[in-house]
Write a protein of this length. Structure first.
Length: 233
Protein backbone atom coordinates (compact mmCIF):
# COMPACT_ATOMS: atom_id res chain seq x y z
CA UNK A 1 0.00 0.00 0.00
CA UNK A 2 1.31 3.45 -0.94
CA UNK A 3 2.14 5.93 1.80
CA UNK A 4 1.57 9.66 1.42
CA UNK A 5 2.95 12.65 3.31
CA UNK A 6 0.15 15.00 4.41
CA UNK A 7 1.00 18.69 4.80
CA UNK A 8 -1.34 21.52 5.81
CA UNK A 9 0.15 24.83 4.71
CA UNK A 10 -2.69 26.82 6.26
CA UNK A 11 -3.26 30.23 4.67
CA UNK A 12 -0.54 30.79 2.06
CA UNK A 13 -0.01 33.21 -0.81
CA UNK A 14 -0.84 31.55 -4.12
CA UNK A 15 2.52 32.24 -5.77
CA UNK A 16 4.42 30.89 -2.76
CA UNK A 17 2.31 27.71 -2.82
CA UNK A 18 2.78 27.36 -6.57
CA UNK A 19 6.56 27.66 -6.23
CA UNK A 20 6.63 25.08 -3.43
CA UNK A 21 4.47 22.74 -5.50
CA UNK A 22 6.76 23.15 -8.49
CA UNK A 23 9.78 22.31 -6.34
CA UNK A 24 8.20 19.07 -5.06
CA UNK A 25 6.94 18.23 -8.53
CA UNK A 26 10.38 18.76 -10.11
CA UNK A 27 12.09 16.67 -7.44
CA UNK A 28 9.84 13.72 -8.24
CA UNK A 29 10.13 14.04 -12.02
CA UNK A 30 13.91 14.41 -11.81
CA UNK A 31 14.19 11.37 -9.54
CA UNK A 32 12.07 9.30 -11.92
CA UNK A 33 14.43 10.23 -14.76
CA UNK A 34 17.43 9.24 -12.66
CA UNK A 35 15.80 5.96 -11.66
CA UNK A 36 15.22 5.10 -15.28
CA UNK A 37 18.95 4.94 -15.97
CA UNK A 38 20.17 2.98 -12.94
CA UNK A 39 19.69 -0.61 -11.71
CA UNK A 40 16.42 -1.23 -9.89
CA UNK A 41 18.25 -2.09 -6.66
CA UNK A 42 19.78 1.41 -6.59
CA UNK A 43 16.61 3.37 -7.35
CA UNK A 44 15.18 5.89 -4.87
CA UNK A 45 11.52 5.49 -3.99
CA UNK A 46 9.39 8.40 -5.21
CA UNK A 47 7.54 9.99 -2.29
CA UNK A 48 3.93 11.18 -2.50
CA UNK A 49 2.42 14.32 -0.97
CA UNK A 50 -1.06 15.68 -0.37
CA UNK A 51 -1.19 19.35 0.56
CA UNK A 52 -4.17 21.25 1.95
CA UNK A 53 -4.19 25.03 2.13
CA UNK A 54 -6.21 28.23 1.82
CA UNK A 55 -5.28 31.17 -0.38
CA UNK A 56 -5.94 34.88 -0.09
CA UNK A 57 -8.27 36.09 -2.86
CA UNK A 58 -6.81 35.03 -6.21
CA UNK A 59 -7.98 34.20 -9.74
CA UNK A 60 -6.04 31.59 -11.71
CA UNK A 61 -6.33 30.88 -15.43
CA UNK A 62 -5.47 27.44 -16.81
CA UNK A 63 -3.56 26.96 -20.04
CA UNK A 64 -6.72 26.13 -22.01
CA UNK A 65 -8.64 29.12 -20.67
CA UNK A 66 -9.45 32.56 -22.01
CA UNK A 67 -8.47 35.85 -20.35
CA UNK A 68 -11.87 37.15 -21.45
CA UNK A 69 -13.37 35.06 -18.65
CA UNK A 70 -11.77 37.44 -16.13
CA UNK A 71 -14.34 40.23 -15.94
CA UNK A 72 -12.32 42.82 -13.97
CA UNK A 73 -9.24 44.91 -14.79
CA UNK A 74 -6.09 45.47 -12.74
CA UNK A 75 -7.54 48.40 -10.82
CA UNK A 76 -10.65 46.43 -9.91
CA UNK A 77 -8.50 43.50 -8.81
CA UNK A 78 -6.65 45.85 -6.49
CA UNK A 79 -9.92 47.12 -5.04
CA UNK A 80 -11.01 43.52 -4.46
CA UNK A 81 -7.70 42.83 -2.68
CA UNK A 82 -7.23 40.02 -5.20
CA UNK A 83 -4.43 38.84 -7.50
CA UNK A 84 -4.39 37.03 -10.85
CA UNK A 85 -2.09 34.35 -12.30
CA UNK A 86 -2.05 32.46 -15.61
CA UNK A 87 -0.79 29.00 -14.67
CA UNK A 88 0.16 25.62 -16.13
CA UNK A 89 -2.76 23.44 -15.08
CA UNK A 90 -5.63 22.29 -17.26
CA UNK A 91 -9.00 24.00 -17.21
CA UNK A 92 -10.12 27.61 -17.47
CA UNK A 93 -10.44 30.33 -14.84
CA UNK A 94 -11.33 29.83 -11.21
CA UNK A 95 -11.22 31.61 -7.87
CA UNK A 96 -9.44 30.67 -4.66
CA UNK A 97 -10.01 32.38 -1.35
CA UNK A 98 -10.57 32.08 2.40
CA UNK A 99 -12.98 29.38 3.49
CA UNK A 100 -12.09 27.14 0.55
CA UNK A 101 -10.14 23.89 0.91
CA UNK A 102 -7.53 23.81 -1.83
CA UNK A 103 -5.94 20.40 -2.28
CA UNK A 104 -2.71 19.72 -4.12
CA UNK A 105 -1.95 15.99 -4.55
CA UNK A 106 1.61 15.51 -5.80
CA UNK A 107 1.57 11.81 -6.58
CA UNK A 108 3.53 9.46 -8.79
CA UNK A 109 0.66 7.75 -10.57
CA UNK A 110 3.06 5.07 -11.83
CA UNK A 111 2.70 3.66 -8.31
CA UNK A 112 -1.11 3.87 -8.39
CA UNK A 113 -2.47 3.62 -11.95
CA UNK A 114 -1.58 5.38 -15.19
CA UNK A 115 -4.97 6.84 -16.02
CA UNK A 116 -5.54 10.59 -15.60
CA UNK A 117 -9.29 10.25 -16.09
CA UNK A 118 -9.48 7.69 -13.29
CA UNK A 119 -7.41 10.06 -11.14
CA UNK A 120 -9.90 12.90 -11.65
CA UNK A 121 -12.87 10.62 -11.02
CA UNK A 122 -11.35 9.44 -7.72
CA UNK A 123 -10.73 13.03 -6.62
CA UNK A 124 -14.37 13.74 -7.42
CA UNK A 125 -15.46 10.64 -5.52
CA UNK A 126 -13.60 11.83 -2.42
CA UNK A 127 -15.55 15.09 -2.47
CA UNK A 128 -18.85 13.31 -3.18
CA UNK A 129 -18.36 11.03 -0.15
CA UNK A 130 -17.50 14.03 2.03
CA UNK A 131 -20.62 15.90 0.92
CA UNK A 132 -22.74 12.83 1.72
CA UNK A 133 -21.54 13.05 5.32
CA UNK A 134 -23.33 16.42 5.43
CA UNK A 135 -26.47 15.11 3.79
CA UNK A 136 -25.70 16.62 0.38
CA UNK A 137 -25.81 14.65 -2.87
CA UNK A 138 -22.74 15.54 -4.91
CA UNK A 139 -22.67 14.39 -8.52
CA UNK A 140 -20.62 14.34 -11.69
CA UNK A 141 -21.85 16.39 -14.64
CA UNK A 142 -21.26 14.84 -18.07
CA UNK A 143 -18.78 16.93 -20.04
CA UNK A 144 -17.49 18.85 -17.00
CA UNK A 145 -14.95 18.06 -14.31
CA UNK A 146 -15.50 18.77 -10.64
CA UNK A 147 -18.41 18.06 -8.32
CA UNK A 148 -21.88 19.45 -8.89
CA UNK A 149 -25.33 19.53 -7.30
CA UNK A 150 -28.71 19.04 -9.01
CA UNK A 151 -27.21 18.08 -12.36
CA UNK A 152 -30.58 16.88 -13.72
CA UNK A 153 -31.97 20.43 -13.59
CA UNK A 154 -30.06 22.75 -15.91
CA UNK A 155 -31.49 25.80 -14.13
CA UNK A 156 -30.37 24.59 -10.71
CA UNK A 157 -27.08 22.82 -11.54
CA UNK A 158 -24.24 24.38 -9.55
CA UNK A 159 -20.61 23.54 -8.87
CA UNK A 160 -19.27 23.09 -5.36
CA UNK A 161 -15.77 21.84 -6.21
CA UNK A 162 -13.59 22.81 -9.17
CA UNK A 163 -10.65 20.77 -10.45
CA UNK A 164 -7.66 21.41 -12.66
CA UNK A 165 -4.50 19.32 -12.75
CA UNK A 166 -1.15 19.02 -14.42
CA UNK A 167 0.54 15.68 -15.05
CA UNK A 168 4.01 15.03 -16.44
CA UNK A 169 5.68 11.60 -16.50
CA UNK A 170 2.69 10.53 -14.40
CA UNK A 171 3.53 12.96 -11.60
CA UNK A 172 0.60 15.20 -10.67
CA UNK A 173 0.28 18.73 -9.32
CA UNK A 174 -2.45 21.36 -8.83
CA UNK A 175 -5.74 19.73 -7.85
CA UNK A 176 -9.10 20.82 -6.47
CA UNK A 177 -10.85 23.74 -4.78
CA UNK A 178 -13.76 22.79 -2.49
CA UNK A 179 -16.05 25.63 -1.43
CA UNK A 180 -16.80 25.31 2.28
CA UNK A 181 -17.30 28.78 3.80
CA UNK A 182 -16.27 30.61 0.64
CA UNK A 183 -17.39 34.17 -0.20
CA UNK A 184 -19.22 33.36 -3.43
CA UNK A 185 -19.44 37.04 -4.47
CA UNK A 186 -15.89 36.73 -5.80
CA UNK A 187 -17.11 34.33 -8.48
CA UNK A 188 -19.17 37.17 -9.97
CA UNK A 189 -15.95 38.66 -11.34
CA UNK A 190 -15.24 35.69 -13.61
CA UNK A 191 -16.96 33.21 -15.89
CA UNK A 192 -16.18 30.24 -13.59
CA UNK A 193 -14.32 27.52 -15.49
CA UNK A 194 -15.46 29.24 -18.69
CA UNK A 195 -19.06 28.10 -18.12
CA UNK A 196 -21.36 31.10 -18.36
CA UNK A 197 -24.73 29.46 -17.64
CA UNK A 198 -24.01 27.62 -14.37
CA UNK A 199 -23.78 28.79 -10.77
CA UNK A 200 -21.34 28.01 -7.97
CA UNK A 201 -22.20 27.13 -4.40
CA UNK A 202 -20.61 26.23 -1.06
CA UNK A 203 -21.23 23.89 1.84
CA UNK A 204 -22.16 26.93 3.92
CA UNK A 205 -24.75 28.12 1.41
CA UNK A 206 -26.31 24.69 1.00
CA UNK A 207 -26.62 24.10 4.76
CA UNK A 208 -27.37 27.75 5.60
CA UNK A 209 -24.77 27.84 8.37
CA UNK A 210 -21.05 28.29 8.81
CA UNK A 211 -19.27 24.94 8.72
CA UNK A 212 -16.47 23.71 10.98
CA UNK A 213 -13.62 24.07 8.50
CA UNK A 214 -11.17 21.79 10.33
CA UNK A 215 -13.82 19.10 10.59
CA UNK A 216 -14.36 19.13 6.83
CA UNK A 217 -10.63 18.89 6.22
CA UNK A 218 -10.35 15.84 8.46
CA UNK A 219 -13.27 14.12 6.78
CA UNK A 220 -11.91 14.88 3.31
CA UNK A 221 -8.40 13.78 4.23
CA UNK A 222 -9.75 10.43 5.43
CA UNK A 223 -11.95 9.97 2.37
CA UNK A 224 -9.12 10.68 -0.08
CA UNK A 225 -6.90 8.06 1.56
CA UNK A 226 -9.74 5.52 1.50
CA UNK A 227 -10.71 6.14 -2.14
CA UNK A 228 -7.10 6.03 -3.39
CA UNK A 229 -6.14 3.19 -1.06
CA UNK A 230 -3.12 4.69 0.70
CA UNK A 231 -2.01 5.34 4.27
CA UNK A 232 -0.52 8.47 5.78
CA UNK A 233 3.08 9.12 6.71
Amino acid sequence: MNKVHFIDWGVINYKEAWDKQEELFKQKVDQKLLNRDIPESERTQIEHHLIFCEHPHVYTLGKSGSIENLLVDDEQLKNLNATYYPINRGGDITYHGPGQIVGYPILDLDQFFTDIHKYLRLLEESIIITLAEYGIKGERYDGFTGVWLDVDDKLKARKICAMGVRCSRWVTMHGFAFNVNTNLDYFKNIVPCGIDDKQVTSLQKELNREIDFEEVKEKLKKNISTVFGFTWL
